[in-house]
Write a protein that binds this ligand. Structure first.
Ligand SMILES: [Zn+2]
Length: 281
């Protein structure tokens, strides 16, 4: 079989499979009066690059009787040039698909998106420039020097800072969303997650925090992040914004919160937890 532009044989299914197909950050979904679904077909519904098989377990993603699901495979690919969605289908932003697909199918779509993005960006060996070849589902190997590549994940922290009965909410300079969120930032090389939280909070707001504790984490496939959430208490300092990062930040009382981030985000889960949990105060 000839190599594809991704240096990978096109492994297409021999029978109907679920297709996670992307045009940039948009996912192709089928819809009818029952809802929105991942397309189920033997062939990709649009002309796509070489397909990649994705492992995962999702119950129902199509209307009608429950398929003998364990036998249905998942494939992911992307289109090389924009294409109109076939009848009964639509391109939907991956983020917006959360509300349409539910958490489990959205999570698998996120994994598919990350792997498609990784493959497009790991076509050549970073050590010697040779075209990389597939090695396992999640690795590629250089046939010349043997270097192996795995999908890179970029960890970032996000922190809810409590001060009495209020929390710190901030607006980033580059966000056009109407919501205020939590302080967040990428982990630096050689840094612990805890050190990263203290550094980001101090750099962006001038505040010092204490009593740092882990909350939870969330894959953030835009394109390959992992958000790690922490709760902290205000310790000292006056708010002094890092102008390149934040346009606004303030402590908000629980009775006077501004519009909050959508439920998809870890930030929102943390804020909801704080609202529900008097012991956090
Ligand atoms: Zn190499």
């Amino acid at each position: 079989m000839p190599d594809t532009p991704h240096n990978r044989p096109d492994r297409r299914p021999s029978e109907a499979a679920y297709w996670f197909l992307f045009d940039r950050d948009r996912l192709l979904l089928r819809h009818n009066t029952d809802g929105w679904y991942i397309p189920l077909a033997a062939e990709p519904p649009v002309e796509a690059a070489a397909a990649m098989e994705i492992t995962g377990q999702v119950a129902r993603t199509t209307p009608g009787p429950e398929p003998a699901s364990n036998t249905i495979r998942y494939f992911a690919s992307s289109v090389e040039v924009p294409q109109a969605a076939p009848a009964g289908m639509e391109w939907v932003a991956l983020r917006a698909s959360y509300d349409l697909l539910g958490e489990r199918v959205y999570a698998l779509a996120g994994k598919a998106f990350e792997l498609v993005h990784w493959e497009r960006n790991s076509r050549f060996c970073p050590a010697c420039g040779t075209g990389m070849e597939p090695h396992s589902e999640i690795s590629r190997r250089c046939p010349t020097c043997g270097k192996e590549l795995f999908p890179a994940i970029s960890p970032a922290i996000i922190v809810l800072i409590c001060k009495g009965d209020s929390i710190l909410l901030a607006r980033t300079c580059y966000s056009r969303s109407p919501f205020m969120g939590l302080v967040a930032g990428f982990l630096e090389t050689g840094e612990s997650l805890e050190a990263c939280v203290h550094r980001e909070v101090f750099e962006e707001t001038g505040l010092q925090i204490r009593n740092l504790r882990y909350f939870g984490n969330q894959p953030w496939p835009y394109p390959s992040g992992l958000m790690v959430g922490f709760i902290a208490d205000y310790a000292a300092g006056e708010i002094r914004l890092q102008k390149e990062e934040l346009s606004e930040a303030a402590f908000f009382d629980r009775n006077r919160l501004p519009p909050l981030p959508p439920p998809l985000s870890l930030a929102r889960r943390m804020i909801d937890w704080w609202l529900d949990c008097p012991s956090s105060r």
